[in-house]
Design a binder for this molecule. Structure first.
Ligand code: AVI
Length: 370
């Protein structure tokens, strides 16, 4: 365990999981080749059309807004990776330390032959802490909106974990209603490992509380009654820590935010002048959230796909919310979505928590494939 961290375990993990006998319905010995595998999602999902809609609608609002999902093109994903390594961006560091210290106990809750689904997988680096600790995980399904970055990130995994099926899914995970890949896996002979949904990085904080509840509810539906949901959530409230984390001296977060305008220029035939906007991070203490804005330095007109948008000096495009839920608020939020805590881990600075959740009432139900 890292010296800087004192980990607190909130509640006891479930140790036994009611399951039907392995292979009773789907299993066929020898169906799984044991060589390293990297598979492709069998149901590709298109994400492109809504970029245009989101940008045009968002720029037409009184407070101009673009959903933060669109920050993650290939360059945006690279810049976010750089952010995670910054001294001032504590969430990644703290979460990794918590995961390192708790992985073994989380692995016990997950059980053998887990099917790990990661939402917003990015570099997939944190997942390896879990895969290393888990007892022969059988499949890893990373879901990310950035196709090229996703494939680059998972390319070496099959050679590192023999027998692990790696199925990258290019999708906006907020729109997922079902994962046919899971049905496919079972039909192709997967054992009845637990479905472990890994949602790290405090990405849950990028949703309003209402949207977060809706998302967690949806995950509960497609993940099934036997699922284990592992969520990383930042609960820091101190602006002296938060502002440097979202407006670093190196200017990487500024570049990350401004890259959205480059993307709009490139993909939507727009003419944003990047020098005419600046990055700003604000902390709204009442709403407990950090906001990212792109602030217009002057009065100007911008064209996007032949639509005109006027900005006055100081007017901003709101590009991201990062909610910092307290432990109690997160627990309430999860409960509203039908999840109950099995474990909770926090770092010694009480900044970052890893919540391990189960569907409410799951203990009483036998496992059934969705
Ligand atoms: C991905 N997400 C959880 C990050 C955050 O902290 O809200 C994105 C980010 N934005 C600026 N820095 C990092």
């Amino acid at each position: 365990m890292d010296d800087a961290l004192v980990l607190t375990r909130a509640t006891a993990a479930r140790t036994t999981v009611p399951r039907m006998g392995a292979g009773a319905v789907f299993g066929r010995a020898g169906m799984y080749p044991m060589r390293p595998m990297l598979e492709h999602a069998i149901w590709p999902r298109s994400v492109a059309p809504s970029f245009e809609r989101d940008v045009l609608t968002g720029l037409s609002q009184v407070q101009k807004t673009i959903p933060s999902t669109w920050l993650y093109d290939h360059r945006g994903s690279e810049l976010f990776e750089q952010i995670t390594g910054l001294e001032s961006y504590y969430p990644t560091r703290n979460e990794v330390q918590v995961l390192r210290a708790s992985a073994r106990e989380i692995a016990q809750a997950a059980g053998p032959r887990a099917i790990v689904i990661e939402l917003g997988s990015g570099s997939s680096r944190k997942t390896r802490l879990l895969l290393d600790a888990f007892d022969t995980p059988q499949a890893y399904l990373p879901v990310d909106i950035s196709e090229q970055f996703l494939h680059e990130s998972v390319a070496e995994l099959p050679s590192l974990y023999a027998g692990l099926r790696v199925i990258p899914i290019v999708a906006d995970f907020t729109r997922i209603e079902s994962l046919p890949e899971l049905t496919f896996l079972h039909a192709a002979g997967a054992d009845r490992g637990r479905r472990v949904v890994f949602f790290p990085g405090s990405t849950i904080g990028n949703f309003t509380p209402e949207a977060a509840v809706a998302l967690l509810r949806r995950i509960r539906r497609w993940a099934g009654p036997d699922a284990l949901l592992i969520v990383g959530a930042d609960s820091t409230q101190d602006p002296a820590v938060l502002i440097p984390a979202y407006d670093d001296h190196e200017g990487i977060t500024a570049e990350f935010n401004l890259n959205l305008l480059s993307r709009i220029n490139r993909e939507l035939m727009a003419d944003f002048n990047l020098d005419a906007f600046r990055h700003e991070a604000r902390f709204d203490a009442q709403r407990r959230r950090v906001e990212m804005h792109l602030v217009s330095r002057c009065a100007q007109r911008v064209n996007v796909l032949r639509h005109r948008f006027d900005f006055h000096a100081g007017e901003s495009i709101h590009t991201e919310n990062s909610y910092k839920h307290s432990l109690q608020r997160f627990q309430q939020l999860a409960a509203r979505a039908g999840w109950v805590h099995a474990q909770r881990w926090i770092d010694g600075q009480a900044r970052f928590a890893v919540h391990v959740l189960e569907p409410i009432g799951a203990r009483d139900k036998p496992w059934m494939p969705a």
